[in-house]
Design a protein around this ligand. Structure first.
Ligand code: NAD
Ligand code: TYD
Length: 350
């Protein structure tokens, strides 16, 4: 193998798309996927590549610094792409401490493991994957650029902002070769059904209420998860050290418009009476501190590195709904917890 890259959080939603892309695209690179397999991590997301010679899965916790040190000594990583995180805003409102541990202390531990084990930084790279939520909230107009001031407003975004600052501090203080990206809301296959789209698709299928927070006029800029993975690959290989790149789909939707469109798509796919899914829409109490609008200016990434999103609007929504309907077993497993048994069966004796 030419080199070895550590991807953290590779059994999660975005991580599994990135691991698959890199294992397939770089057969001479050893991809080590480190994941704790929390409720959000699922090895079934990667069952098609688990036997590849250039792929290794390791179960472990980035909060455990001794474990990380041993892992760096064992594999002598050339680079790190760090995605492991607690990622859901609503959970961060209920249990912020878990977010401080994984997102802040876990990131610090990874930075220290890299710094302590990389005798010199030549040819090395530490890539931190982050969110646009660090920038806070926008009004009706304007876009987040790489120069927008940080103004995180949920425990999730505050923990990600903190980790971004730590990564930048290692660049300035120790000359560690880092790069950061901040991306908008992702959607597509393998997303845990606590997030808006898979939750609503599953609820529509099961004729359950669709809980729209507040007035439903909150806006998100939706990016197809495969387009995020190609952006990460590009930035990891070609991004300038010390730089930040915003990633976004130029695909803004008010929640209620997105949901109405999803309802139409689901009526068609499930062969239901037009309008029947929309009857499930139920306005519920708003999320505390709910950010009104996120929207990304991705022109730096597009102009400097030539990246472009490929999947937009209704097409992406339809592809997403089709995937979850075609993968009923996946949905049943993650909602029943049966995928944890899959892990025990696959890895108990390894
Ligand atoms: P996810 O919740 O689906 O996956 C997170 C993964 O991290 C899971 O596999 C989980 O098992 C693992 N993990 C959690 N704690 C761990 C720990 N202590 N040690 C090792 N592994 C641990 O998240 P996602 O949506 O795939 O997001 C991945 C990254 O991208 C996160 O850093 C997130 O902040 C960022 N991001 C997500 C979005 C989005 O829309 N989902 C947008 C922008 C940025
Ligand atoms: P979410 O998928 O949780 O992503 P994020 O909070 O990181 O943007 O939510 C997307 C939007 O959908 C957000 O404005 C909150 C809203 N939402 C609902 O209205 N109802 C729900 O049940 C969920 C999970 C989210």
């Amino acid at each position: 193998m030419n080199n070895t890259i550590l991807i953290t959080g590779g059994a999660g939603f975005i991580g599994s798309h990135l691991v698959r892309l890199m294992v397939n695209k770089y057969p001479d690179t050893h991809i080590v996927n480190l994941d704790l397999l929390t409720y959000a991590g699922n090895l079934a997301n990667l069952s098609d590549i688990e036997d590849r010679p250039n792929y290794t899965f390791v179960r472990g916790d980035i909060v455990d610094s001794d474990f990380l040190d041993g892992l760096f000594k064992q594999y002598k990583f050339d680079g790190v792409i760090h995605l492991a995180a607690e990622s859901h805003v609503d959970r961060s409102i209920e249990d912020p401490i878990a977010f401080i541990k994984t997102n802040i202390i876990g990131t610090m531990n990874l930075l220290l493991a890299a710094r302590n084990n990389w005798s010199d930084f030549s040819g090395k790279r530490f890539y931190h994957v982050s969110t646009d939520e660090v920038y806070g909230t926008l009004g009706e107009t304007g876009l987040f650029t790489e120069e927008t001031s940080y103004d995180p407003r949920s425990p999730y975004s505050a923990s990600k902002a903190s980790s971004d600052h730590l990564v930048r501090a290692f660049y300035h203080t120790y000359d560690m070769p880092v790069v950061i990206s901040n991306c908008s809301n992702n959607y597509g296959p393998y997303q845990f059904p606590e997030k808006l789209l898979p939750l609503f698709i599953n609820n529509i299928k099961n004729n359950k209420a669709l809980p729209v927070y507040g007035d439903g006029k909150y806006t998100r800029d939706w990016l197809w998860v495969g387009d995020h993975a190609t952006a990460i690959d590009l930035i990891y290989h070609k991004g300038r050290l010390g730089e930040t790149y915003n990633i976004g789909g130029n695909n803004e939707w008010k929640n209620i418009d997105l949901i109405q469109n999803l309802c139409k798509v689901m009526d068609e796919l499930l062969d239901r009476e037009p309008g029947s899914s929309a009857e499930l829409i139920t306005y519920v109490k708003d999320r505390a501190g709910h950010d009104r609008r996120y929207a990304i200016d991705a022109s730096k990434l597009m102009n400097e590195l030539g990246w472009e999103p490929t999947v937009f609007a209704e097409e992406g929504l339809k592809k997403t709904a089709e995937w979850y309907l075609a993968n009923e077993e996946w949905m049943e497993n993650v909602t029943s917890g049966a995928y944890k048994e899959y892990y025990e069966a696959m890895y108990a004796d390894r």
